[in-house]
Design a protein around this ligand. Structure first.
Ligand code: SF4
Length: 324
């Protein structure tokens, strides 16, 4: 079915900030610089960031993505992804003589440090996050004896601690802020002395993208979130949009996944993208919409992000201090 071209009032609200965060930018650049510096192939453990387009583009340039360091030939370069790794993975890479370049986002590293510190003080650590996500596997691996993952309401009900006066919650960096606080409230009902993390674990980029989508969602008939299905922060943006009042919301990897029937009867379409999404994928979505009458685009800006991270130390050393 073709959508009418002359539907009056058709407009697009475009969230800002959206797309690449500082940690993703740095991780992608890390692989690019490693390829320039050492030549192909450069191995990457897990998806460098959770975006299919990024992984495909880097693969075309000579990156080889593997699940575990055991798949990397001895002595080769291996990049650890933005989501971080456990100490066991570092040790295994070291034992096999791999030349590791660590692209773990510094804000994930911060959560690792918190886990280590609370484990040293013998706290039980309740890590709010998603089962099976690489980031929580890495963070849990810092203190496996002390960390328990809390994902679902059932986990909140079943988790047990040794001493209710020495328990702290930490979280994955890419969760829904509101959903996480609901989990914390429920945990606190069970453990009134539950300690908070020393600073927000949900990162600035996740929070900013959620605030932007929340601001525009009440005005939107439809919100389109560009991002991959395994990207936690992208999936959360769909939930946040619906929670904040968007009539409907869909996630697509790219414009080719848009369904014309979603636009039937719609006027205001919101567009945003997850923290691992290159802007060109958003531009394709905007082009698709413009061709169907949604050419009027207004940006809804809730923050201007200026943050950048220096490249991993292994590359700074070799590239003469780039981006120091
Ligand atoms: Fe780092 Fe946040 Fe980006 Fe993840 S989403 S890479 S924690 S800045």
């Amino acid at each position: 079915m073709t959508v009418e071209q002359d539907n009056p009032g058709k407009r697009v609200l475009l969230a800002k900030p959206r797309g690449y965060c500082a940690g993703v930018d740095r991780a992608v650049e890390t692989v690019e610089k490693a390829l320039e510096r050492y030549g192909a192939p450069v191995y990457v453990r897990k998806e460098i960031v959770h975006n299919k387009h990024v992984v495909r583009t880097l693969t075309e340039r000579g990156a080889i993505f593997v699940e575990e360091t055991e798949e990397v030939p001895e002595g080769a370069h291996v990049v650890f992804s933005a989501h971080g790794v456990s100490p066991a993975v570092r040790e295994s890479a070291n034992e096999r003589g791999l030349r590791a370049i660590d692209a773990t986002c510094p804000l994930v590293t911060k959560v690792h440090q918190e886990a280590k510190r609370f484990a040293r003080d013998d706290y039980d650590i309740l890590l709010i996050g998603h089962h099976g996500h690489e980031e929580v596997e890495g963070t849990s691996g810092e203190a496996p004896e002390n960390v328990q993952l809390v994902d679902t309401e059932e986990d909140v009900a079943s988790v047990e601690v040794r001493d209710p006066s020495k328990v702290v919650w930490l979280s994955q960096t890419t969760l829904s802020v509101d959903e996480t606080m609901r989990r914390v409230d429920a945990l606190r009902e069970r453990f009134p002395e539950l300690s908070d993390p020393p600073s927000d674990d949900i990162c600035y980029a996740t929070q900013n993208r959620q605030v932007a989508v929340k601001t525009m969602a009440p005005e939107c008939d439809l919100v389109i979130v560009v991002g991959s299905g395994n990207s936690s922060n992208s999936v959360r943006l769909v939930e946040v949009a619906l929670d904040a009042g968007a009539r409907t919301a869909h996630r697509v990897d790219h414009a080719g996944e848009l369904d014309e029937t979603w636009l039937e009867g719609m006027r205001t379409v919101g567009v945003t993208s997850g923290a691992s999404v290159p802007e060109l994928l958003v531009e394709e979505v905007l082009r698709y919409l413009a061709e169907r009458g949604w050419a009027d685009v207004s940006e809804v800006t809730t923050a201007n992000e200026k943050i950048t991270f220096a490249l991993p130390r292994e590359l700074r050393k070799n590239l003469g201090g780039a981006r120091e």
